[in-house]
Design a protein around this ligand. Structure first.
Ligand code: SF4
Ligand code: SF4
Length: 104
């Protein structure tokens, strides 16, 4: 697994780098986040949830949405909108209510 960082969206806050439990994300000389060790990422999604500008997506394997699909999340009040972008351009959104999440 690995992540994709959209450099044009990244505002250089460094939060993803701080929360990655494997210290896999660094900050480049341009002030933007960069993935240092893509092969070591185990897809915990901490960085994705921490990014406030939707600049990070997780590549999904063939068993989870199809090879080449990407998953990202946007926070909206008490909701998390998990967005899955498929290779054919279609987008599926799964809305999770954080106040209800303990029921799953
Ligand atoms: S998904 Fe988890 S392990 Fe992978 S880069 Fe993000 S925080 Fe690190
Ligand atoms: S959390 Fe998002 S905006 Fe902040 S450095 Fe990481 S990718 Fe860039």
């Amino acid at each position: 697994m690995s992540i994709a960082i959209n450099q044009s969206k990244c505002v250089g806050c460094g939060r993803c780098s701080q929360v990655c439990p494997g210290t896999l994300i660094g900050m480049g000389s341009d002030g933007k986040a960069c993935m240092l060790y893509p092969k070591d990422c185990w897809g915990c999604c901490s960085c994705i949830k921490e990014c406030k500008v939707d600049a990070i997506a997780l590549y999904l394997g063939a068993d989870m949405g199809g090879m080449g699909s990407k998953m990202s999340v946007a926070s909206r009040e008490q909701y998390l909108d998990w967005k899955i972008e498929k290779r054919d351009g279609s987008v599926e959104t799964i809305v999770i209510d954080r106040k209800q999440s303990n029921q799953y």
